[in-house]
Design a protein around this ligand. Structure first.
Ligand SMILES: NC(=O)c1ccc[n+]([C@@H]2O[C@H](COP(=O)([O-])OP(=O)(O)OC[C@H]3O[C@@H](n4cnc5c(N)ncnc54)[C@H](O)[C@@H]3O)[C@@H](O)[C@H]2O)c1
Length: 249
């Protein structure tokens, strides 16, 4: 896409598989150096092997991002390979199971929020001091389920709604130096090759590899895209875009 990302440092959480891995590869193809975090050591090493072929510098850290200490340490350690520098944070990590509301205990809700939402808060907190000095972009992966929840995995949907509020509030606080946006794909936007939670859980009616319809809710700019990742690119490529949800359906 010619985004001039050569030498930029992009940190991606949940980069071992699915959209995180494909995002890493796409940024690497644009020349960005990568700091990748995930709990899955083996798959993270596989991601590193794939993206390293592009010639960019890659730092990986294995960390459970559901706890404050490990998330903060993980971000710090992964960026130490770049002298603490960072230009783009992609909050992507997720975990979840298909459960009805009645099946969800308080602990289940806390577990979901600790990873799906609080890991985003903690990663933002860790990178903001540096970004406030030099500028940057934060991309929060949400979901269409944030605004149109389904009966199942309601904890997932609510955690994604919280991410939209976090995105808009943080965008207002940090603009124009730091652009904070959310990418809100539908579950049908799952990566064909990379798997993804929707494919693993086999939700009824879920398909993969569909085209996404991207629309900036702020300015109305539209584009069609084959890949969810282009939503990330849209948020970086789009001057002055902050606090918006780029949605795919
Ligand atoms: N797949 C889709 O169709 C779809 C649709 C809409 C939004 N999204 C969003 O895109 C993002 C990526 O989705 P995906 O389907 O690629 O997910 P995925 O399940 O394929 O990948 C999630 C990654 O997070 C890692 N992870 C899980 N628990 C962790 C922990 N405690 N600490 C550190 N890492 C951990 C996993 O190892 C994995 O590499 C998520 O935020 C998801 O909500 C996905």
């Amino acid at each position: 896409m010619g985004l001039n990302l050569g030498g930029k440092v992009v940190l991606i959480t949940g980069a071992a598989m699915g959209i995180g891995r494909e995002t890493a590869l796409a940024f690497a193809k644009e020349g960005a150096n990568l700091a990748l975090l995930d709990i899955d050591e083996k798959e993270l090493a596989n991601t590193k092997a794939v993206v390293a072929k592009t010639g960019v510098k890659v730092s990986t850290v294995v960390a459970d991002l559901s706890t404050d200490k490990r998330a903060s340490q993980g971000v710090r350690n992964s960026l130490s390979a770049f002298g603490g520098d960072i230009d783009v944070l992609v909050n992507n990590v997720v975990s979840g199971a298909i459960r009805t509301f009645d099946e969800l205990s308080d602990d289940d809700w806390s577990t979901t929020f600790n990873l799906n939402f609080m890991s985003y808060v903690r990663a933002c907190r860790a990178v903001l001091p540096r970004m406030r000095m030099k500028g940057g972009a934060i991309i929060n992966n949400a979901s269409d389920l944030a605004r149109q929840p389904e009966p199942l995995s309601i904890d997932y949907s609510v955690s994604k709604s919280a991410i939209l509020a976090l995105t808009k509030g943080l965008a207002r606080a940090e603009a124009p130096k730091i652009r904070v946006n959310a990418s809100s794909a539908s579950r049908g936007a799952s990566w064909q090759a990379g798997g993804g939670s929707s494919q693993r859980h086999r939700l009824p009616g879920v398909r993969s590899g569909e085209f996404c319809h991207l629309e900036c809710l702020g300015c109305g700019r539209r584009q069609y895209s084959e890949h969810h990742l282009d939503q990330h690119h849209a948020t970086i490529d789009h001057d002055g875009l902050a606090g918006h949800v780029i949605s795919g359906s």
